[in-house]
Design a protein around this ligand. Structure first.
Ligand code: GLN
Length: 275
């Protein structure tokens, strides 16, 4: 069978299985099997698939049809133009979180400084920021040791030398250290949210997604403890759910933050609040 016919077959199968992006999924999975870029596939789609490639592709399509996230099947996800290794121990980086990176870059007006990324996972936020601000030092922490190891290997593979990673449950390993920027994409979904029963989140660690107090418990903790880790004039920058901006603003006010503002993501939802 030709490669383009395989893509067409898989797109149909994945659409039937409820993938929101069936054709993209099919192309990404086939490129993963072949070790090529998507542009290669568009040029050489009339080539026949080897039976080995076809068998591997069909196995991946079956796993995707069963709901497994593409980023776990390929082991990689692009974030801020960086190819990040992903694993089942970490949240899959989302485009929404690029909004948080944009806010951090705007706030990083000095030529140098330190950024703290709490619950770094793959290292996405720390690495994207560090890649754009070579004069700064980014520190990513996570309470999951596998995440720390993954983030470190992402930094090494991408050659990003100004990002370091540390095992820490939020601020616990940080003593008195202060930062110009403290950022987090913490868990913020309510355990009863029906969103948790659909799509990729079913396969991601719930410790990266779900928080008590209707999703606000970790955001509250970060707002409460974050102030002591900010240098003078520093900023706390938090990602949150699309309907949590007002609640997060109230939390920041309650803990003494000023100049509070929110930013919308590409989908037009208020996604990041800072003060
Ligand atoms: N934005 C993600 C989602 O809704 C959740 C990320 C998070 O909880 N930090 O799938």
């Amino acid at each position: 069978m030709r490669l383009d016919a395989l893509v067409a077959w898989a797109s149909k199968r994945l659409a039937g299985a409820g993938s929101p992006t069936p054709r993209l999924d099919a192309e990404v999975l086939l490129c993963h099997v072949l070790g090529v870029e998507r542009t290669w596939l568009y040029t050489w789609g009339d080539r026949p698939a080897t039976s080995y490639a076809r068998a591997r592709f069909e196995a991946l399509v079956a796993a995707r049809a069963a709901g497994h996230p593409v980023a776990y099947l390929t082991g990689v996800r692009e974030f801020w133009g960086l190819a990040l290794a992903t694993s089942r121990h970490t949240l899959i980086p989302r485009p929404d979180t690029e909004t948080l990176v944009e806010v951090l870059l705007e706030l990083a007006s000095e030529p140098s400084g330190r950024l703290l990324d709490l619950g770094t996972g793959t290292g996405a936020i720390a690495l994207a920021f560090a890649s754009e601000r070579p004069g700064w030092e980014a520190l990513g922490v996570d309470r999951v040791p596998e995440a720390v190891a993954l983030a470190e290997s992402n930094a090494g593979r991408l050659g990003i030398a100004n990002a370091r990673f540390l095992h820490s449950d939020w601020f616990t390993a940080l003593a008195e250290e202060r930062f110009a920027l403290v950022a987090a994409n913490p868990p913020y979904i309510d355990a009863k949210d029906p969103h948790l029963a659909q799509g990729d989140v079913r396969f991601e660690p719930s410790s990266a997604l779900v928080a008590a107090e209707a999703g606000l418990a970790d955001l509250r903790h970060l707002a409460e403890r974050g102030m002591a880790h900010l240098s003078a004039g520093g900023w706390l920058v938090l990602e949150h759910g699309h309907d949590q901006a007002a609640a997060v603003r109230r939390l920041l006010e309650a803990y003494g933050y000023v100049a509070i503002a929110s930013r919308r993501d590409l989908g037009g939802q208020e996604r990041v609040t800072f003060g």
